[in-house]
Ligand binder design. Structure first.
Ligand SMILES: [Mg+2]
Length: 235
């Protein structure tokens, strides 16, 4: 199945993008980042790794996230919060929390863009105001694509994560546009497509695996990858 659906581009001023799994595959970067963090901990906070291997550390972190759902939307804050707690639990101070987080974040930002991502951003940025709306903590400047985006909205700024309408409204305010004049592009049916359409934005679902639509209001267009956006933003 090729791209389907059409959006009249003459009625659009702004295109917002999800980042992880829309412009790159996030899993390998996250796996390497977790490994880098474990290495940092093993070297500088060895009392933690004396009690935890990679698996139990991940379980400990997930349990921490479950116990603090009110912070869970801010992935940077909650990871530092967890690092502080686990350091304190074995008698360390919190002075290595920031360096440990930086060790994680640096590797997390070493993503490999999908081959069609940069050409797509290059083309669309000449026609539309581009923004990014992410639930993650990728840094578009470090990744080398920051110049394509007029704004980046994260849950840390918006106070809520996708699919909460607040993060989309924060993005629309940053764009200085109304929802009907904006398109959101992302891979997650609920967080990206249903979240954006709930505030009145047009939506493009990036469906790389040709998954069935899980239900709810349909996206305006479906593409397999962002290189196909040109063929659905027409007019
Ligand atoms: Mg995504």
């Amino acid at each position: 199945m090729a791209a389907s659906g059409r959006i009249d581009s003459r009625s659009i001023g702004c295109v917002t993008f999800d980042l992880d799994d829309t412009l790159w595959d996030v899993r390998p970067a996250l796996e390497r980042a977790e490994a880098a963090l474990l290495e940092f901990i093993d070297r500088h906070l060895p009392r933690i790794t004396a009690r935890h291997d990679a698996h139990s550390l991940a379980s400990h972190r997930q349990e921490h996230y479950r116990r603090h759902p009110h912070y869970a939307h801010d992935v940077t804050f909650i990871r530092k919060h967890w690092l502080a707690e686990i350091a304190k639990s074995v008698g360390y101070g919190t002075e290595l929390v920031e360096p440990a987080f930086r060790a994680f974040l640096e590797v997390r930002n070493r993503v490999e863009l999908y081959e069609w991502a940069r050409p797509c951003l290059e083309t669309l940025s000449a026609r539309f105001t581009l923004g990014a709306i992410t639930n993650g903590n990728a840094d578009v400047d470090r990744i080398g694509i920051g110049h394509y985006f007029a704004f980046v909205v994260t849950p840390a700024e918006a106070g809520a994560a996708k699919p909460d309408p607040e993060i989309f409204r924060t993005a629309l305010a940053a764009a200085g546009t109304e929802a009907a004049l904006a398109v959101h592009v992302g891979d997650d049916p609920e967080r990206d497509v249903l979240g954006a359409s709930a505030v009145g934005m047009r939506t493009v679902w990036v469906n790389a695996t040709l998954a069935p639509w899980p239900g709810g209001r349909l996206p305006d267009a479906v593409v397999r990858h962002v290189g196909e956006l040109d063929s659905v933003l027409v007019g």
